[in-house]
Design a protein around this ligand. Structure first.
Ligand SMILES: [Zn+2]
Length: 356
């Protein structure tokens, strides 16, 4: 989504120490509810391996919930010790990339996760209802079907510090944080398809544009386009690049200017140039929408994926639904089975024309 290359932000936790009593029930009925919840949590596997072993899902929320549900009368310090043992230590690379070292984890756990107001106490049943392992299984299969390639990487599903709802942590993997993410199945699936497509695309070892702004926006456009195809009419092109209709219309009206403004930065490997094209708080042209790179490459996808043959280049017809729908079917269904189709598309998308 928008939080690739997310920086780990250290904040001072200002909330007073809250006494943990989230799952503490004082009636028999709440005890019964608690054990029913515990059975559901126990049924979730700690880790799941998908896509012939190239995709790993780590259900950290299951381990967190399991510790909390079994600790109704323990002292906060004991619970924090166990969380550090079971949740932090085995996955310390993830925590260091997302939250900080063990001391930071302990402070966060004690002051935030154990607080009765933390979403883990109220949202856990809804997260279990999502049946995420099934979603990951189905969506990774779909991405494989359309691309001929398996997504590569690790997902950490967690009640974390909530720095993002879903995002990338560089080489560490992807995070889905239910402290921030709503339990909306459709919204989650839509972003998952986008991110799994990134994970297919990043599995390409031979990208000559590795590390450039061009590679970033091609990856974003491809991911946005795959999510648009998956949504099958439930999302507009604008929504697929996280634009409002007004932003989309402005971009369509100024497409040539946006391409001209983007051209000097395409082969740059500078972070500031990457942000200029892909950050949600940077505007390539004054008055235009942020993250113009998403729009530009989405437009390329629409215009180039016609029968597997590249058409002349970006045109203003990018948002004509009927045409892109036709393009999608031709592209995805008519190429030989087993062909690495997204790879072909991504390579053909390296828009040499833009560089001239
Ligand atoms: Zn993305």
């Amino acid at each position: 989504m928008y939080y690739h290359r997310m920086d780990c932000v250290k904040v001072i936790l200002l909330l007073p120490l809250a006494v943990f009593s989230g799952f503490r029930g004082n009636a028999q009925s709440s005890q019964a509810e608690s054990s029913a919840l515990m059975r559901r949590v126990d049924a979730v596997p700690k880790e799941v391996s998908l896509a012939d072993g190239s995709l790993k899902i780590v259900n950290l929320y299951k381990i967190e919930a399991s510790v909390l549900l079994r600790s109704p009368s323990r002292a906060p310090a004991e619970i924090v010790d166990q969380l550090a043992r079971d949740v932090y230590t085995p996955y310390s690379a993830f925590w260091r990339g997302y939250l900080g070292d063990e001391a930071a984890f302990r402070e966060w756990a004690e002051t935030k996760l154990l607080a009765t107001t933390h979403p883990i106490h109220s949202h856990l049943p809804a997260v279990l209802d999502l049946d995420l392992n099934r979603q990951f299984t189905q969506l990774s299969k779909w991405v494989y079907q359309i691309s001929g390639k398996q997504p590569l990487g690790t997902w950490y599903v967690v009640f974390g510090p909530g720095w993002t709802n879903m995002g990338g942590l560089g080489d560490i993997g992807m995070v889905l944080d239910f402290t921030r993410q709503e339990q909306n199945r459709e919204a989650i699936e839509f972003v998952l398809v986008h991110e799994l497509t990134h994970q297919v695309n990043s599995a390409r070892p031979d990208d000559p544009n590795q590390g450039t702004v061009l590679q970033r926006i091609v990856s974003e456009g491809l991911a946005s386009y795959a999510a648009y195809v998956w949504a099958a009419g439930r999302k507009t092109p604008a929504e697929s690049v996280f634009y409002t209709l007004e932003e989309w219309q402005w971009a369509i009206a100024h497409e040539e200017q946006l391409i001209a403004a983007a051209r000097p930065y395409l082969l740059s490997k500078e972070r500031k140039d990457d942000d200029r094209l892909a950050a949600r708080n940077k505007h390539l042209l004054e008055g235009g929408p942020a993250a113009a790179g998403y729009f530009l490459d989405f437009g390329l996808c629409n215009n180039t994926w016609k029968g597997g043959v590249r058409s002349p280049g970006p045109r203003r017809s990018t948002c004509q639904f009927g045409r892109c729908w036709t393009g999608v079917h031709i592209h995805f269904n008519d190429l030989p089975r087993g062909e690495p189709r997204l790879r072909l598309a991504a390579v053909s998308l390296s828009p040499r024309k833009w560089l001239r």
